[in-house]
Design a protein around this ligand. Structure first.
Ligand SMILES: C[S@@+](CC[C@H](N)C(=O)[O-])C[C@H]1O[C@@H](n2cnc3c(N)ncnc32)[C@H](O)[C@@H]1O
Length: 226
């Protein structure tokens, strides 16, 4: 049966109670993948922007390394944010329940930014525009870490064809289900690692590189010019 697309916030609200266990049990790299972004944050790291922060699985290792860090988190799911607040009492968290596409990041405000398992739902154009805004939000020399579901070289016979197929499937399902093309629905459209690196460079990041990979879970690091 064809999957019925659900709006992004509704999808995660409905699954929040079991999210931590189910999500880490189902992704390549499992819980280890959530500890990787912390390793690549600059030291000192006082201010962090976390887009699609969810229940904050990536924050455990980040708070271990930087207990005093101030985290600005953005997420559309009220239930995911509620669990996050319960999980990290006493931490410096500023949370915004809204789409990161509508959130004003400000300019040169953060030492680092992270997105963990949230951007595999968006097109090249949408992500590249977001990367440009993340770049401006970072202080000079600031670091962006993306850990996400990507199509790794060798994981399919033709990674680009797989990417193209998934984007086409998403459009087909939206059209067949009569959905509003401007809204965000949960459907995985990962990009190839090669395309991800290209988008980050096109957005103006420097020192763009892959630092970690387990199956289709990949971590990329990029930097704003110092
Ligand atoms: C798979 S979860 C990842 C949560 C957390 N970063 C982690 O790795 O466990 C994806 C999160 O991104 C959020 N999300 C997806 N698109 C979003 C958007 N446009 N704006 C804000 N949050 C978004 C979802 O609500 C969800 O909480």
């Amino acid at each position: 049966m064809e999957p019925k697309l659900e709006e992004m916030a509704a999808f995660f609200n409905a699954r929040s109670a079991t999210y931590d266990e189910v999500h880490t049990g189902s992704i390549d790299g499992g819980p280890e993948s959530k500890a990787i972004p912390a390793l690549y944050l600059p030291d000192p790291c006082r201010t962090l922007l976390d887009l699609g922060i969810g229940t904050g699985l990536e924050l455990e290792a980040i708070f271990r390394r930087f207990p005093e860090i101030r985290v600005t988190g953005v997420d559309v799911s009220e239930e995911m944010l509620r669990l996050l607040v319960e999980k990290y009492p006493g931490r410096a968290l500023e949370l915004h329940r809204m789409s990161y596409f509508d959130f004003d990041f400000g300019q040169a405000a953060y030492d680092a930014a992270v997105t963990v398992m949230t951007l595999h739902h968006y097109t090249h154009a949408v992500k590249t525009a977001l990367y440009r805004r993340i770049l401006s939000a970072l202080k000079p020399g600031g670091v962006y870490v993306e850990c996400d579901y990507m199509i790794a070289p060798g994981s399919t016979p033709d990674p680009q064809a797989t990417e193209d197929f998934l984007f086409a499937e998403y459009e087909r399902l939206k059209a067949e289900q009569g959905l509003d093309g401007r809204r965000e629905y949960h459907f995985d459209t990962p990009c190839t690692v090669e395309n991800q690196l290209k988008m980050l460079r096109a957005a103006g990041f420097q020192n763009v590189r892959e630092v970690w990979r387990k199956g289709d879970t990949v971590t990329l690091v990029a930097q704003r010019e110092a």
